[in-house]
Design a protein around this ligand. Structure first.
Ligand code: C2O
Ligand code: CU
Length: 486
């Protein structure tokens, strides 16, 4: 079955879309930080203001790193050491997690589990090596559903020693905000409805912190586009109309170059894709990038606007494959198997409340909520029958270090879940029993309702690692566990 979350989405209209908005060209990167051996990077988390929505809307109060949304793009070469001083200028505790980077456990940024959270006014120094080249990102792991939702995130790009040739290397950090008519962030974070349905899906999509209108390109140009989904809950399915994007990396890890399946680049929350796009349109033409993930809710994300003159006559034939990263190859045949089952949410135990309809729905929902609380101690989502209540818990699995392991995961819910494992990348080896064509490396795998997915990896990084849904409201609602590698 495929449950369509349309109803939750149509309640809200986009604050600005298409022709209604003024022409806002997509700006280049607001700020960059380059690491060098002598200069640690400073990231300061604090309240700030950002121009998310175009005039006549005002600025939006956000929480951000170094005064910008997204935070600075950190760029290093593979093998370089990163020293990052995080200063907490918020009124609450925070941490920074380096999503997808295979760091030592103590640098993983999970409050209480791997470090004491950084208190207001305090600093913490993260220090690790960029072992894999690729497209990564950083964000807090403390109350992520609100801290990330208010704008705390940024890209972390690790360059290959010899990247494939492209005319431009561009990062698009996608986010989805729930804004009020006055362009303020709606403060209904962590409400039970979002938690039990598809999470905090918003009404305003930004690229690099702006509602984009145009992205300027040239005919014949080759662009390496690094897409990062920093949204709490929105899943994107991008159609670059008239173009044929070639996927060269997923979640930072190289993949056999292939055309995006069905022409859609799909990104669940926290997921990344590196694509090579040849600008094959005519000079002076325009084409749209459409997000088609949710059926009947397509919208135009941005237009590619071609310059009057071409850069070259036809697309270049430069090779696109990326060099491999130093990942240990799992032995799927000799691996130990572990079953993981995901349960909960609306249409699971909570279907009754939904049937209450619009009149009396609230009461029914409240009643159901109370029943759920009684039944499960407050959790809404469960991994192997347990709902997390914080980051400290007994491991759901203990994996022998240095061994290959297969997690055979079943999504027994009516919703999508992007499942993320810390400290490791894994191969996605099958979906519903069928081997995947590319055995892609990922750190976050999107599971459709009722889908079964097998992942394989060598548990080579010792420590306690989070394993959770990256729909941040699902994570907060219990869909999180600890996997110990010992
Ligand atoms: Cu991107 Cu546990 O997080
Ligand atoms: Cu989920």
């Amino acid at each position: 079955m495929s449950h369509n979350p349309r109803r939750m989405l149509t309640r809200r209209t986009f604050l600005a879309s298409g022709a209604a908005a003024g022409a806002v060209p997509l700006l280049s990167w607001p700020s960059q930080a380059f690491a060098g051996p002598a200069t640690p990077i400073r990231l300061s988390a604090a309240p700030g203001r950002a121009r998310l929505a175009p005039e006549p809307h005002g600025l939006t109060d956000v929480w951000c790193y170094n005064g910008t949304v997204p935070g600075p793009e950190i760029r290093v070469r593979q093998g370089e050491r990163l020293r990052i001083v995080v200063a907490n200028g918020l009124a609450e505790e925070t941490t920074v997690h380096w999503h997808g980077v295979r760091v030592p456990n103590a640098m993983d940024g999970v409050p209480h589990l791997t470090q004491r959270p950084i208190g207001p006014g305090e600093e913490f120094v993260y220090d690790f090596e960029a072992v894999d080249a690729g497209t990564f990102w950083y964000h807090p792991h403390q109350r992520s559903f609100e801290q990330v939702g208010r704008g705390l995130y940024g890209p972390l790009i690790v360059e290959e020693a010899e990247p494939p040739r492209a005319d431009r290397d561009i990062t698009w950090v996608l986010d989805d905000w729930r804004l009020t008519k006055a362009a303020a962030i709606s403060d209904d974070f962590g409400n039970r409805h979002d938690m039990s349905h598809n999470g905090r899906v918003g009404n305003t999509v930004t690229i690099n912190g702006r509602i984009p209108e145009l992205f300027a390109v040239k005919a014949g140009e080759r662009i390496r586009l690094r897409l990062i989904n920093a949204a709490n809950a929105r899943i994107f399915g991008l159609d670059f109309e008239g173009h044929r994007p070639v996927v060269i990396a997923l979640d930072g890890q190289p993949v056999t170059p292939h055309l995006a399946p069905d022409g859609l680049v799909v990104l669940g929350p926290a997921m990344r894709a590196d694509i090579i796009i040849d600008m094959t349109g005519e000079p002076s033409s325009r084409s749209s990038v459409i997000d088609r993930f949710y059926r009947d809710l397509e919208y135009r994300l941005v237009d590619l606007a071609y310059a009057d003159t071409a850069l070259r006559e036809s697309a270049p034939d430069w090779p696109v494959a990326l060099p491999p990263n130093p990942l240990p190859e799992p032995d799927a045949a000799g691996a130990r198997r572990h079953d993981v089952i995901l349960n909960g949410g609306m249409m699971g135990g909570m279907v009754m409340a939904e049937m209450g309809g619009s009149t009396g729905g609230r009461a029914a929902q409240g009643m159901m909520g109370d029943m759920m609380t009684m039944m499960h101690g407050g959790g809404i989502w469960f991994i192997n029958g347990k709902a997390a209540e914080g980051h400290i818990m007994d491991p759901m699995l203990t994996l022998a270090r240095g061994q290959s392991h297969v997690l055979a995961m079943t999504n027994a819910t009516a919703w999508h879940h992007p499942m993320h494992l810390h400290g490791h990348s894994f191969r996605v080896i099958s979906r519903n029993g069928v081997p995947t064509p590319h055995r892609e490396w990922q750190d976050t795998v999107l599971m459709a309702p009722k889908e079964r997915v097998e992942i394989a990896f060598v548990a080579d990084n010792p420590g306690d690692w989070m394993f959770h849904c990256h729909i941040l409201e699902h994570q907060a609602g219990g869909m999180m566990g600890v996997i110990r590698v010992a």
